[in-house]
Design a protein around this ligand. Structure first.
Ligand code: PLP
Length: 415
């Protein structure tokens, strides 16, 4: 094998949802920067999950904060997925996308009780995250509106501290050590607790974390009479780097079914298992296509300055996330080492010392795995415009969000 063949062999191991040719066509038609999503990849991920958990009644609520374009919501719905929302506006988007209220789980954090009441008015399932809200909810609704309670089981998990939510300093959920207090409120108000929820963080490769969590949940399940489900949240990892592995959902599915069976035998009760995958469903489907504006040789490195920045893709700067990057305009050119930066007046380094096929000014550069928390975390910093979004389905590219225009910057300003 020649050097390039070897490289192509390794590249082939990574998922490339859309061909370079089609990405170039899309960039030419809709301009850059542009987010491109591949519908069938979302379906593939969804099917992997449903297949892995088919031994036990399991439901999947797409954590839509990863990517809320309404066309994506509709697509997930068409696959049979349900919806997890963290704000009342996500709930409204979900309803607009055609989800029925009982298909929506509302898991907000540190919101005013008024926002919870809006959720009740919409008729969606409510997941309660603090003692204060639990008390207010119980006093107002008693057993007339079933709820789910978010527990913090204090299992430390996930890629790093910033994306872990189960540790002792985390603001999420009600501590498992406050179980007595939860029980007191439930008993006093007559609340119907239908589900127990945990979500310990993102990018969890080790399935033992989920199983430990499930164990904790099963351990307290008998305290809630009308319990129907246990929601294990998410944190399923996908491969970002060449040697990364995604969460082994197949084994997890088998182990969860075993644990559920044991619980069933002991308590004569079947509890549904719920999950809330975000990244797992939509990360790999996304490619973010930008243009190399400038090649700048300094004494220290060669910079590729692209027509984007952390205003469009903040994960590398915010979480030190790794995104694979390729030059699709020159895919077989000689390999050189670059530092890829944006055009924002701030330090906005996407990647240091990255091997790319030789980049010329004007080349199209792709960031892979850009579907989750990409567009969704974009901003208008530096008065730059948010990019367009395109969905490729059945081979056809369709614009699902227009890029901002200058007037969007002025839309709410009082002049
Ligand atoms: C963010 C979030 C998720 C999704 O996490 P991923 O790592 O994207 O899968 C699921 N549940 C809740 C409550 C969340 O806040």
């Amino acid at each position: 094998m020649g050097k390039f063949q070897i490289m192509n062999y390794f590249c082939a191991l990574m998922y490339e949802p859309i061909s370079n040719e089609q990405l170039i066509d899309i960039a030419n038609e809709f301009g850059t920067p542009v987010y491109v999503y591949h519908a069938e990849k979302i379906a593939e991920q969804y099917n992997k999950l449903t297949d892995a958990f088919k031994e036990h009644p399991t439901k999947f609520f797409y954590a839509c904060k990863a990517l809320t374009n309404i066309n994506i919501l509709k697509y997930v719905r068409s696959l049979g997925g349900l919806l997890d929302c963290v704000s009342i506006n996500e709930v409204k988007l979900g309803l607009l996308a055609g989800f029925t209220p009982d298909q929506i789980l509302f898991t907000p954090n540190c919101v005013d009780f008024a926002e919870i009441l809006e959720g009740v008015e919409a008729g969606v399932r409510i997941n309660i995250d603090s003692i204060s809200i639990l008390e207010q909810f119980g006093n107002k609704f008693g057993n007339s509106y079933p709820v789910c309670i978010r527990i913090n089981p204090h299992i430390v998990a996930g890629g790093n501290y910033k994306i872990s939510t189960g540790h002792i300093d985390s603001k999420f959920g009600i501590s498992i050590h406050q179980l007595r207090h939860i029980e007191r409120i439930v008993k006093t108000t007559g609340l119907h607790v239908q589900g127990l929820h945990m979500h310990t963080g993102s990018e969890i490769k080790d399935i033992e974390v989920f199983l430990q969590g499930l164990d904790v949940m099963f351990g307290i399940a008998e305290k809630f009479e009308g319990l129907d489900f246990i929601d294990l949240g998410s944190g399923f990892k996908v491969a970002y780097k060449e040697d990364d592995k995604e969460t082994d959902v197949k084994t997890l599915g088998r182990r969860v079914a075993e644990a559920a069976k044991k619980f069933e035998q002991e308590y004569n009760k079947v509890l549904e298992i719920w999950f809330e995958p975000g990244k797992y469903l939509v990360s790999e489907c996304g490619s973010f296509v930008v243009k190399a504006n400038i090649i700048k040789q300094t004494t220290a490195t060669v910079f590729v300055g692209v027509n984007s920045g952390f205003n469009h893709l903040i994960r590398p700067m915010f979480y030190e996330s790794y995104h694979r990057i390729s030059n699709i305009s020159n895919p077989t050119g000689p390999e050189r080492i670059y530092t890829v930066v944006g055009n924002i007046c701030e330090t906005d380094t996407f990647a240091w010392d990255r091997v790319l096929n030789e980049v010329s000014e004007g080349d199209l550069i792709v960031f892979h795995n850009a579907g989750a928390y990409g567009f969704e975390m974009s901003s208008n910093f530096n008065s730059r415009l948010k990019p367009a979004e395109v969905l490729v389905k059945d081979g056809k590219a369709q614009l699902i969000r227009k890029a901002d225009v200058f007037n969007d910057l002025l839309r709410n300003q009082v002049i």
